[in-house]
Design a protein around this ligand. Structure first.
Ligand code: NAP
Length: 253
């Protein structure tokens, strides 16, 4: 795989690869004592569509894919909603042995934990993530059902009986019971809509495609979140490749 060179526009002009710009990220060091540090990585068109034809591939590019995969080498766990797992056909999270080696060199497990939020547990065992015996999957749910038998190692973080999933409590349990100090959330829009109003997102990595998708049936990166007022973002860096912009924002609380 050839590393794509990105133009760094901010803070200092220059050129970087995905690996270089993320080197030294040390997200776990930023974690508060009671939960992991949570960063969200999303892609959207210039008019805010988070998918085209239900997929992100049409609005991604090579640099976006490299940043997406490289971010996975910096975290204890990747959190994702069941809708995205199904639509994007999630598989083993870090497939490249060199990336797994980089994780180990950083003191992380070779493979991140896969954390899937689901109400209905409608995930079939042929889903590549569940069919992969290397993958360790934690399902966050209020259901008392189980997934069908599958090759992946699956465990459950369940809400209390007759209660909804409380994502803040679940993140605390991930920290205490699994030692998770850094989480990369890859969406999708409905899961983000639960995390954001609860103040559970620390940073947003946003890839902005040089395209307009229109609005018919389109999802934004945060779907119908009940926010009483806009949440301010602080720009940490801005990169560019083939007209695609890559912003790293901190959320101001
Ligand atoms: N632009 C991007 O970067 C990006 C990233 C990811 C996804 N997408 C796109 O987004 C679309 C999928 O959207 P989506 O909103 O359906 O995805 P999603 O947020 O990944 O999935 C929604 C599902 O996740 C589960 N879920 C969400 N919040 C939960 C909570 N608080 N507690 C328990 N379970 C929870 C529920 O699972 P059950 O259905 O099992 O009940 C819910 O139906 C796809 O087209 C995908 O390509 C775009």
């Amino acid at each position: 795989m050839t590393a794509v060179t990105l133009r760094q526009l901010l803070p200092e002009p220059g050129t970087v690869t995905a690996e270089q710009v993320l080197d030294g990220l040390a997200l776990a060091d930023l974690a508060p004592p009671y939960r992991p540090y949570v960063v969200v990585n999303m892609v959207a068109t210039a008019d805010g569509a988070a998918a085209v034809g239900d997929r992100t591939a049409p609005i991604s590019n090579a640099a976006d894919r490299q940043l997406f995969h490289e971010l996975r080498t910096h975290v204890d766990a990747v959190l994702v909603g069941a809708g995205t797992v199904r639509t994007e056909r999630y598989g083993r999270l870090v497939r490249d042995p060199q990336r797994r080696a980089r994780r180990v060199a950083r003191g992380l497990a070779a493979d991140p934990l896969a954390i899937v939020a689901s109400h209905r547990l409608q995930l079939t065992p042929d889903l590549p993530l569940l069919a992969d015996q290397q993958s360790r999957v934690i399902v966050i749910t209020a259901s008392d059902a189980e997934l069908p038998e599958c090759a992946a190692q699956v465990s459950y973080l369940r809400a209390r009986p007759d209660e909804e999933v409380d994502l803040a409590a679940m993140l605390t349990r991930l920290r205490i019971e699994y030692g998770v100090r850094s989480v990369l959330c890859e969406g999708g829009p409905n899961l983000n809509a639960s995390l954001l109003p609860a103040g559970l997102i620390d940073e947003l990595f946003l890839s902005i495609a040089p395209a307009l998708a229109g609005s018919i049936g389109s999802l934004s990166i945060v779907n119908r979140a009940p926010l009483p007022h806009p949440i301010a973002l602080e720009l940490r860096w801005l990169l560019e490749s083939q007209g695609q912009l890559f912003a790293r924002y901190a959320l101001r609380s």
